[in-house]
Ligand binder design. Structure first.
Ligand SMILES: Nc1ncnc2c1ncn2[C@@H]1O[C@H](COP(=O)(O)OP(=O)(O)O)[C@@H](O)[C@H]1O
Ligand SMILES: [Mg+2]
Length: 365
């Protein structure tokens, strides 16, 4: 997949700008807080329908403006596409692709795939389980829109169930017919989600281990840790676990079992990376994970995603930087950095960003 151009109007600190990307490595550079990440965020928006970092979509509209408008021209292996994204300051958003409105934002992922890698991704290793679940959910949704649909349905039912559990606890009750109804639906969606997660972890695990071994000579293993453990993942087994735990859940006043408690464990040389790995080892593990995600998208979709690398080059040592440079050859990459010296020798386009303005071209350095 190739992103050809991005136009932004009243987006973040940009008033009106257009950027034409090269098909290879693009470098966006400039001082801190000038708007570099904002541009990656804009591209990401077109693949996920939401920002990778904003709490609310209204943050994305330029201060004091009513709406933002972004246009992305891109192409996959079969066709050229043009997407327009409107964001209102009240949080409403609308998207059109080739002039056809997209009713479900999750559909965007069918058109454009991106993999973003930023320093905060270290939290995938170091952070709480929810960070790892977010990584899994976004990565899987990107390939299978039905996964996102199932996840949304699951969480809707879970919220209803939690409300009921709270009420039962307050009322000192031990059972309610509605609880079985929610559990039934939760087991239905939950077992599907578990299967997707298991298969995805299996798939990227193969790539990640090999990549990691190439970079560091170390052994990296990924392990999906479902909160509902069973010999075989299916609705019946999931439901059986929920029913077994029903009394405890009522006593607790909220859900104790389900995919909202899953985790993903990473092991380096058989030791859990979150606990034992050094900062450098953890960083390498995330790099392997992201590269694996990229390979897996290529394997599934038959083409590589656009890679968005936010400020990560300066954090990698020479050999890892070389490895990455080698790995991204022939793919489209958009990199941000503060120091252009740090950058890959293969870059073909440079864009300097200064308080929401883009100054293009090597010559204008
Ligand atoms: N909605 C907004 N309207 C105007 N400016 C914004 C908005 N959101 C963020 N900014 C500004 O964008 C800048 C940060 O941009 P960012 O792309 O994160 O910087 P960097 O170049 O360091 O990656 C900050 O100056 C911030 O004040
Ligand atoms: Mg930044």
């Amino acid at each position: 997949m190739i992103v050809k151009s991005l136009s932004v109007a009243n987006f973040r600190n940009y008033q009106q700008e257009k950027i034409d990307f090269s098909e290879n490595t693009n470098v966006i550079y400039g001082n801190n807080a000038q708007g570099k990440t904002n541009l990656l965020e804009a591209v990401y928006l077109f693949s996920h329908g939401k920002s990778h970092r904003a709490k609310s979509d209204s943050e994305l509209v330029r201060f004091g403006q009513d709406f933002a408008r972004l246009t992305l021209e891109f192409a996959d292996k079969d066709r050229d596409l043009k997407a327009v994204f409107y964001l209102e300051a009240n949080g409403k958003k609308r998207v059109k692709i080739n002039n056809v409105p997209i009713t479900k934002l999750s559909m965007l992922m069918r058109y454009l795939n991106v993999v973003m890698f930023s320093p905060e991704d270290l939290d995938i290793i170091k952070g709480a389980p929810q960070v790892r679940r977010k990584f899994l959910d976004e990565a899987i949704s990107q390939l299978y829109p039905v996964y996102l649909k199932t996840l949304i349905s699951y969480h809707k039912n879970l919220a209803q169930k939690n409300n009921l559990l709270k009420k039962l606890r307050l009322a000192g009750k031990t059972d309610d017919d509605m609880l079985s109804v929610w559990n039934e639906q939760i087991a239905e969606d939950g077992s599907k989600i578990m299967e997707y997660r298991r298969d995805f972890v299996d798939a990227i695990s193969r790539f990640a281990s090999e990549i990691h071994k190439n970079i560091s000579g170390e052994k990296l293993d990924l392990c999906y840790m479902p909160s509902v453990e069973c010999d075989e993942i299916n609705k019946e087994n999931f439901l059986a676990k929920l029913n077994q735990g029903m009394a405890r859940e009522i006593e607790n006043g909220s859900s104790l079992y389900g995919i909202q408690r899953d985790d993903l464990r990473l092991y380096i040389n058989d030791r859990e990376a979150k606990i034992y790995a050094s900062q450098g080892q953890q960083r390498t593990a995330v790099l392997s994970l992201k590269m694996a995600q990229m390979e897996h998208i290529n394997e599934t979709r038959g083409e590589y995603p656009v890679l968005l690398l936010d400020d990560i080059m300066s954090e990698l040592d020479i050999s890892r930087r070389q490895f990455l440079t080698e790995k991204i050859k022939g793919k489209q990459v958009i990199i941000t950095c503060t120091d252009i010296e740090d950058e890959t020798p293969d870059a073909t386009a440079f864009f300097k960003v200064e308080s929401g303005k883009i100054i293009k071209g090597m010559n204008e350095l």
